[in-house]
Design a protein around this ligand. Structure first.
Ligand SMILES: [Zn+2]
Ligand SMILES: [Zn+2]
Length: 265
């Protein structure tokens, strides 16, 4: 990922409110198209311009051809707020974030996210590297629905990772159960991406804890009941993969820890 500085020159009369709203509108359009990562975009008012910092998945992510219709419209609206199109300066590679997928072509993708991610939830099937969403075809106006799904997924993951959870088991169940609203929504989005891009997109069914570790290691695909055990883990992460249901999963994390050998709880 790259750290970029966008300078919006003031070219006509404006007010702080109008300029702020126009910049927010533009940057949010970039975020919901996957051209900018994360949710924050610190912005400073200098004498004749506004300067904003963004993390981009690729150096050329803000090229005109990468914009969504909403992004192009927001760009037009900058002028109405007295601002010029932004000048983009790449400050360098962001040392704090993951690198985008280097593969020219992937055999398949995986929809995968964890609470601490600041990258695309679509991952390359060969190396799990994040695939910039703006590079994908979509029949939707942009990737807002997928990114809003990711926000909820990460929020639940964050909760279920905490020692003193405020939602006992509810968050984990949402992530573990095939037919939870969260997973239904996620799988629908994965299917849409697969259809729009003519590529297989697997959905990760999270498995955190289990009341029976022996059964968990031998579980069948919850979608079709088939044996979906892999002979070697995929990406050192997934022990199960179903090519009919486009699901991947792991042996419950609790059952993989040394304490699991002492029995189940
Ligand atoms: Zn890759
Ligand atoms: Zn299946």
């Amino acid at each position: 990922m790259y750290l970029a500085e966008l300078t919006f020159k003031i070219i006509a009369d404006t007010s702080l409110d109008r300029a702020e709203a126009a910049i927010r509108n533009y940057v949010e359009a970039l975020i919901f198209n996957g051209q900018s990562l994360g949710r924050e975009f610190p912005t400073a008012w200098q004498q004749h311009s506004f300067v904003c910092r963004l993390v981009l998945p690729a150096e050329n992510a803000l090229q005109q051809s990468c914009h969504s219709p909403r992004g192009l419209q927001a760009q037009q609206q900058l002028a109405a707020a007295g601002l010029a199109y932004p000048q983009v300066r790449i400050l360098g590679m962001d040392l704090m974030s993951q690198h985008s997928d280097p593969c020219q072509q992937s055999e398949f993708y995986i929809l995968y996210s964890r609470f601490s991610d600041t990258c695309s939830p679509l991952r390359c099937g060969a190396d799990l590297a994040p695939v910039p969403l703006y590079q994908l075809r979509t029949t939707a106006p942009d990737h807002e629905a997928l990114l809003r799904w990711q926000l909820q997924y990460q929020a639940l993951d964050e909760i279920q990772m905490q020692q003193n959870r405020v939602l006992h088991k509810t968050a984990e169940r949402s992530m573990q159960q095939l037919h939870s609203d969260l997973n239904r929504q996620g799988r629908r989005l994965a299917r849409r991406l697969a259809a729009d891009n003519n590529i297989a997109v697997y959905y990760v069914l999270y498995s955190g804890s289990s009341s029976d570790c022996t059964a968990d290691a031998n579980k069948c695909c919850p979608g079709c009941g088939a044996n979906w055990q892999l002979t070697a883990p995929l990406l050192q992460l997934f022990d199960f993969k179903c090519d009919s249901c486009f699901l991947v999963s792991n042996i419950a994390w609790d059952c993989q820890s040394p304490s699991a050998e002492q029995g189940t709880s």
